[in-house]
Design a protein around this ligand. Structure first.
Ligand code: FAD
Ligand code: MG
Ligand code: MG
Ligand code: MG
Ligand code: MG
Length: 552
C-alpha cells in the first residue's frame, strides 16, 4: 500500500524523529512528563520506562480520580479515597522514574529546557527554582477553571477542580449551616446564609448541585430541622438547557428532577459580576439585570489555559488559542519533540477535502481522469488509516465497509460502471469530513491519549519488538503509526437521590435508579488501584449505613 499514506510519511510520522536511534548504543533520551492527572499518569502507566530516562514534574504528588470529586464535596466519599500517590503508582509497576514535586513555570523549546519551581507547602520554605533538560517533552498539565474575566469570581466563588477545592466546599457548606444557627440572626440573614448558587449547568455543576441537594435533604435535615425553610439551591446556566452536551432525554430528565426537588434552574442567564453576597445576572432575552444572593457560590463554567502554556504558546506562534494545537500524532505544532495530551491540548484533524486533489490523483491508477468503483474502493480503504473520520462516518451510517459506502454514495446498482470526476468525488466525501469533532475535555480522552502516546513511545526505539495497538510496521522496517483515534465509551450524569443518566455507544440512553448502580460499578472498576477501589467502596457502604459525616 502506501499511496495515500505517503502524506503521513516524512514530516508527519513521529517515526522520523527516532529511526536513527539504536537503544543499545545511544544513551537513553531524557523524557519529561508534565502533570500527574489522567493524561500524564495513563502515559506513565503504559510507558516502558527502561527505554528512556524519565522525569515526572507536577506540583501534586498524587493522582486524583476526578469523576468522584463532586462526591467529596458532601462527604459521600473521603478526599483520601480518590487520591493515589504518584510514587506508589510508579513503584508498584516496578518502574524506574524520577518524580519532582514542582511546577513547571517556563518551557524553552529552543534549548529544550524547563524552568521549574518547588511546590513545597512547608511554612517559610523558599520556593527554589531549577532547570530540567529534555529531549522529548510530554505536556499533560490539564486546564484551570475559567472565569472568562468575570469580576469577583476569584475572590468570592469556590471552584471545583482540585481536591482542595472539594474539601473547602465541604467545609463551607457545613460552616453556612453552623453560622445560621448562631443567635441574633434575622430570618433574612439565615436565608442569605443558606442560599447556595452554582454557576454553570454542565456535568460538573449539575452533579455538584445534585450532591448538595442530597446531603441537605438526606442528612443535614436531621441535624438542622429548623433551618430547612431557609435553604435554597440555584443553578445558573447561560444556555437554553442544563447538560446541553448530553442527549436531550437526559437533559430533560435532569431538569424535571431538579424541578421536583426544588432546585431552581435559571437558564439563558449570564453572570456579569460577582459581589460578596450576590451574583449579578443578565437575562439574555430581556437584557434585564437581576441580583441572585448567596451564602456560598460555586463557579463551574468551563476551562481555561494555564499561565505556563499561555507563555509557551506565544513562543511557538500559537497565540489566541485556548489549548495547544497538535497534529493527529499528538505532536505540538510549531516546535519539535513536544507532545501534548488531555485538557491542555486540541488535536487538529486533517480533512479529506484538503487533500482531495492528491487523493484523486493517487486513486486514478489508470490515469483516466476519472475513478472507477475499484479505484474508489482502493483509495478509501487506504485512506481509512490516515483519516479516522471515514470510520466514524461508516459507523454513524451503519455501513459495514467501504463497498457499502461506495454503494450509497454513488456507485449504486444502476451505476456500477460509472466513472467519478473529481467534483463528484469531492461531493461524495463532503459529509465524511462533517463527522470530525473536537474531542471533549474529559478523563476518557486524556487517558486514551496517554496510553496511545506511550505505546508509540514504546515502539519507537525497539525495532525488534513487535509493537501492538496503533503501532504498525510497514515497508523498509520502519514503524508506522496510526493517528490517534478516540473511542467514546459513553458518559454518565449522576443526578442525586440515587438517580443517574447515562449515554452509551450505539445511541443507548438510560435514566433512573438502575443506571445509578451501573455508575457505581463502572466507577468502582475504573479505580486506579485496589487500594482506592476498596476505600471508595468502603465510603459508599459507610454512607448507606451511617449517612454522611457532617463535621467540618
Ligand atoms: P488533569 O487530570 O487536570 O491533570 C493535570 C496535572 O498537571 C495535575 O497533576 C496538575 O497538578 C499538573 N499541573 C498543573 N500545572 C502544572 C505545571 N505548571 N507543571 C507541571 N504540572 C502541572 N471526565 C470524565 O471523563 N468523566 C467524569 O465523570 C469527569 N468528572 C469530572 C468532575 C470534575 C469535578 C472535574 C473537575 C473534572 C471531571 N472530568 C471528568 C474531566 C477530567 O477530570 C479531565 O478531563 C481530566 O482530568 C483531564 O486530564 P489531564 O491529564 O489533561 O489534566
Ligand atoms: Mg495529566
Ligand atoms: Mg486528574
Ligand atoms: Mg487538575
Ligand atoms: Mg481512473
Amino acid at each position: 500500500g502506501g499511496l495515500v499514506l505517503a502524506i503521513a510519511d516524512g514530516d508527519i510520522s513521529p517515526a522520523r524523529a527516532f529511526t536513527s536511534e539504536d537503544p543499545t548504543v545511544a544513551p537513553r533520551k531524557k523524557l519529561v512528563v508534565l502533570g500527574t492527572g489522567w493524561g500524564g499518569m495513563s502515559f506513565v502507566k503504559e510507558l516502558d520506562s527502561k527505554l528512556y530516562d524519565v522525569k515526572i514534574v507536577s506540583p501534586r504528588n498524587y493522582f486524583v480520580f476526578t469523576p468522584l470529586l463532586p462526591s467529596v464535596t458532601n462527604g459521600t466519599v473521603e478526599a483520601r479515597s480518590i487520591a493515589e500517590p504518584v510514587r506508589r503508582m510508579i513503584s508498584s509497576k516496578g518502574k524506574q522514574m524520577e518524580f519532582l514535586e514542582s511546577e513547571c513555570i517556563d518551557i524553552d523549546p529552543v534549548n529544550k529546557r524547563l524552568l521549574c519551581k518547588d511546590a513545597s507547602h512547608i511554612r517559610g520554605q523558599e520556593h527554589r527554582e531549577f532547570t530540567v533538560d529534555y529531549d522529548y517533552l510530554v505536556v499533560a498539565v490539564g486546564a484551570k477553571a475559567n472565569t472568562f474575566g468575570t469580576e469577583g469570581v476569584e475572590e468570592y466563588c469556590h471552584f471545583l477542580k482540585e481536591l482542595e477545592d472539594a474539601q473547602k466546599i465541604r467545609e463551607s457548606v457545613v460552616d453556612c449551616f453552623e453560622t445560621a444557627c448562631l443567635p441574633g440572626l434575622s430570618d433574612a440573614q439565615k436565608k442569605l446564609m443558606l442560599s447556595f448558587v452554582v454557576v454553570g449547568g454542565g456535568p460538573t455543576g449539575v452533579e455538584f448541585a445534585a450532591e448538595l441537594h442530597d446531603v441537605i435533604y438526606e442528612d443535614l435535615v436531621k441535624l438542622y430541622p429548623t433551618l430547612m425553610e431557609f435553604v435554597s439551591v440555584t443553578v445558573i446556566q447561560s444556555g437554553d438547557h442544563i447538560l446541553n452536551t448530553f442527549d436531550q432525554r437526559i437533559s430533560s430528565f435532569a431538569e424535571e428532577k431538579f424541578s421536583r426537588d426544588g432546585v431552581h434552574v435559571q437558564t439563558n442567564c449570564r453572570v456579569m459580576k460577582v459581589n460578596k453576597h450576590d451574583v449579578e445576572v443578565k437575562e439574555k432575552a430581556t437584557g434585564k439585570l437581576v441580583n441572585v444572593p448567596f451564602g456560598m457560590a460555586v463557579w463551574s463554567t468551563g476551562i481555561g489555559t494555564r499561565p505556563v502554556l499561555t507563555k509557551f504558546m506565544e513562543k511557538i506562534s500559537q497565540t489566541d488559542r485556548r489549548a495547544l494545537a497538535t497534529d493527529e500524532w499528538l505532536r505540538v505544532k510549531g516546535c519539535n519533540e513536544v507532545w501534548a495530551i488531555g485538557d491542555c491540548a486540541t488535536m487538529e484533524q486533517r480533512k479529506l477535502l484538503d487533500d482531495i486533489a492528491y487523493l484523486f490523483e493517487k486513486a486514478d491508477v489508470d490515469h483516466s481522469g476519472t475513478l472507477s468503483v475499484q479505484e474508489f474502493l482502493t483509495v478509501m480503504e487506504e485512506a481509512r488509516e490516515r483519516y479516522p473520520q471515514i470510520d466514524v462516518y461508516m459507523q454513524r451510517q451503519h455501513l459495514k465497509n467501504v463497498a457499502d459506502m461506495a454503494e450509497v454514495s454513488m456507485y449504486d446498482e444502476k451505476h456500477r460502471e460509472k466513472q467519478l470526476c473529481i467534483e463528484e468525488f469531492k461531493k461524495s466525501l463532503g459529509d465524511v469530513d462533517k463527522q470530525m469533532k473536537l474531542f471533549p475535555a474529559t478523563a476518557q480522552v486524556a487517558a486514551q491519549q496517554g496510553a496511545y502516546l506511550a505505546r508509540c513511545f514504546n515502539g519507537l526505539l525497539d525495532p525488534k519488538k513487535k509493537p501492538e495497538g496503533p503501532v504498525r510496521i510497514r515497508g523498509e522496517g520502519r514503524h508506522r503509526f496510526q493517528p490517534f483515534r478516540y473511542r467514546h465509551m459513553g458518559q454518565f450524569a449522576p443526578l442525586g437521590s440515587e438517580q443517574c443518566g447515562a449515554e452509551l455507544p450505539g445511541d443507548w440512553v438510560s435514566v433512573g435508579r438502575s443506571t445509578q448502580w451501573l455508575w457505581y460499578s463502572v466507577y468502582a472498576s475504573k479505580q486506579v488501584s485496589w487500594r482506592t477501589r476498596a476505600l471508595v467502596m468502603f465510603d459508599w457502604t459507610k454512607r448507606l449505613v451511617f449517612g454522611r459525616d457532617s463535621s467540618r
